[in-house]
Each structure stands twice: as structure tokens, then as C-alpha cells.
Design a protein around this ligand. Structure first.
Ligand code: HEM
Length: 215
């Protein structure tokens, strides 16, 4: 019970914080994406953001693009059994029990699947884009990305996480302008440290201005 609660608290909080920080970093260095997202957020009734999420496809695309590039949990471990020696891609898997790690981050940046995988392009998830119809969970036939894992260990917090991240981001973009740090502030470092959770190596530093809007 204790480990279950700690898994929910640890896995449920740090992962969300990390993805919001990465997304804000992209919005800071790509002001055109921030502007487009803000126009969408401003256009809906955001008094109760959670009720308006369905009307914000660009917000959905922004979050998916962030999860594709920066999945908070970098790999998914599985214990598997091969009855016969099997050819998996270019690797021959021997007969018997063994551990496999699926590197979620590498799947999301696979050059055979994604065009310019190191570019933050939320539009790819919109209608007509190469990832139209791709969602946060792995598809039954094809797995273009799997930030929440797949199969029997699949993340039970996915739905909660998506709503949480979207509500937070929509509110942060509605209320504030996000700009790069003032000169000498060190810029935005998009590297991640080689640790388990994919956090930013250097915590995001930005200039934040409260928006003044006529009601
Ligand atoms: C951006 C947010 C999150 C990401 C990227 C994420 C990702 C993952 C991944 C990749 C796994 C392993 C899945 C597998 O083995 O196939 C996992 C497991 C898990 N996640 Fe999440 N997660 C997130 C948010 C949450 C939240 C909000 C909760 C709970 C409130 C949560 C609770 C759990 C639990 C309990 C497991 C273990 C499931 C099991 O072992 O059966 N996660 N998560």
C-alpha cells in the first residue's frame, strides 16, 4: 500500500511538473507557437478551463508534441519469454526469459517515423499532419509514440495527467506572457540530464509578464 501511494504521488507529480516545464520552454523559444496557443485559449470560455478542453485542439497538439519529445519516464521495462529464437528488427532474441527496455524517448524521435523529430511542431498532430489521430496512448496497430507506456503496466494516471497539464498550461498562457530571460540570464537550455526522470538540466528561467486584458 505504501509503495502504491508513493508511486502515485511521486509518479503523478514530478512527471506533470517536468512536462509543463518543457512545454513552457518551447513556448518561450518559439513565440509563434505561444501566440497561436494564446489565441486559441482566449477564444474559448476559460472561466472553467476543464469544461473547454475539447474546444482546444491546438492545446492538445502542443501537449502531445511535448510528450513525444520529452516523455517524463524515459523507458518502460518488461520481462518477456521467447519460446523460439526470434528476429526483432536487426537483433536476434535468444530463447528463454529476459528483460527488455523500450526507450520511449527514442520511439518519439525515430527518424523513420517522424519528420524533423528534433523540431517542436505541434501542427503535425492537427488534421492533415503526419500524426493526425495519434494520441497519448499507444494505438492497437501502430505505436508512433508511447509516453504513458503500453500493455499491462500502462500508466493509470494518463487521463488525469492530460487534463491536469492542459488546464495548467491554458491558465499560464491566458494569464501571463512568457519570454526568454533578460540578457545575461543564460538563455534557455534544452538539454536534459542523464537521470531517470526527464527533467530540464538547467531549470527554466523566463521573464514573466502578467497580461492586461479588457473584459
Ligand atoms: C506526464 C505525466 C505522466 C507520464 C509521462 C507517465 C508515464 C508513465 C509510464 C511510462 C509508466 C510505465 C508504463 C508501462 O510500464 O507501460 C507509468 C506508470 C505508472 N504511472 Fe504514470 N505517468 C504520468 C502521470 C501519472 C499520474 C498523474 C499518475 C497518478 C495520479 C501516474 C501513476 C502511475 C502508476 C501508479 C504507474 C504504475 C502502473 C503499473 O505498474 O501498473 N502517472 N507512468
Amino acid at each position: 500500500m505504501v509503495s502504491l501511494v508513493s508511486e502515485f504521488l511521486g509518479g503523478g507529480a514530478d512527471t506533470i511538473v517536468a512536462i509543463i516545464e518543457w512545454t513552457l520552454a518551447h513556448l518561450v523559444i518559439q513565440p509563434e507557437v505561444q501566440g497561436k496557443l494564446r489565441r486559441e485559449v482566449d477564444a474559448v470560455d476559460t472561466v472553467s478551463v476543464d469544461k473547454s478542453l475539447r474546444k482546444m485542439p491546438y492545446l492538445h497538439a502542443v501537449v502531445l508534441e511535448s510528450l513525444r519529445m520529452h516523455p517524463s519516464v524515459p523507458f518502460v521495462p518488461r520481462r518477456v519469454r521467447a519460446e523460439d529464437a526470434t528476429l526483432l528488427g536487426e537483433t536476434t532474441v535468444p530463447t528463454g526469459d529476459f528483460n527488455v527496455r523500450f526507450f520511449v524517448g527514442d520511439i518519439g524521435r525515430d527518424r523513420k517515423t517522424w519528420t524533423d523529430p528534433d523540431e517542436f511542431q505541434p501542427e503535425r498532430f492537427l488534421a492533415g499532419g503526419e500524426a493526425e489521430g495519434v494520441g497519448p496512448s499507444a494505438g492497437p496497430k501502430e505505436m508512433k509514440m508511447m509516453p504513458f507506456g503500453a500493455g499491462h503496466g500502462f500508466c493509470p494516471g494518463m487521463g488525469l495527467a492530460m487534463v491536469n497539464i492542459k488546464c495548467f498550461l491554458a491558465t499560464l498562457v491566458r494569464e501571463f506572457e512568457w519570454a526568454p530571460p533578460a540578457e545575461g540570464g543564460g538563455g534557455v537550455d534544452m538539454n536534459d540530464p542523464n537521470v531517470f526522470f526527464k527533467v530540464m538540466k538547467k531549470p527554466l528561467s523566463t521573464r514573466v509578464t502578467r497580461r492586461t486584458r479588457s473584459v
